[in-house]
Design a protein around this ligand. Sequence first.
Ligand SMILES: [Zn+2]
Length: 211
Amino acid sequence: MKNFLCPVCNSNVIETQYFNNVYKDNNYYCESCNSYHVFKKIDDSAYYKENYHEKFNYKLSSFKYKLISLLPFIAYRSTSRLVYLKSKLKKIKFKNILEIGAGAGEHFIVFNNYFKLEKYIMVEPGVVIGFKNEKLKVIDSVFEATDISDYKDVELIMMFHVLEHIFDLDDFFEKIKKTGAKYFYFEVPNIANEQCKNLSLLDHPTIIISL
Ligand SMILES: [Zn+2]
């Protein structure tokens, strides 16, 4: 067995029998930081552009868009994420937000209602947004392949259930640093839930349980 090192803490990892269906390799476990990783890199861009989206409905009609604008609590996940963020911010207001990986636009609607944004950039391969808004810029790509100049005014970067899909964490965070953003809001699946952990190990390249 090749001696892989944990990409989070550089410790030795041990091979497990959790087989990852996308990367076609077993997961490796790091005892030191309680994380799982796959090490066989594949070109996963087609998977994320096509297959991955089969699980989700990204289409948000202009009717639903208007409804959420008027009654944000309908988008309860986005609303609860905003409530959590506000509890940490001590009244800081943002004008420019970047969301890497994105839903149907509910986060934009809910966060824009509160912050009165100037710009909201969504980066997501294969996403289709069913409404238009002059503040919203949608980039149909993975973040790693995008041009850093698009992000020069970004103050806050948000990712909800995205980090665990990143194969090359070092490259990813180098690019994140280059944006110059000062605030980060990253949410990952609750891996304390055994079922959630087991499902995640089947198709995510990185699972971090605790640091
Ligand atoms: Zn580790």
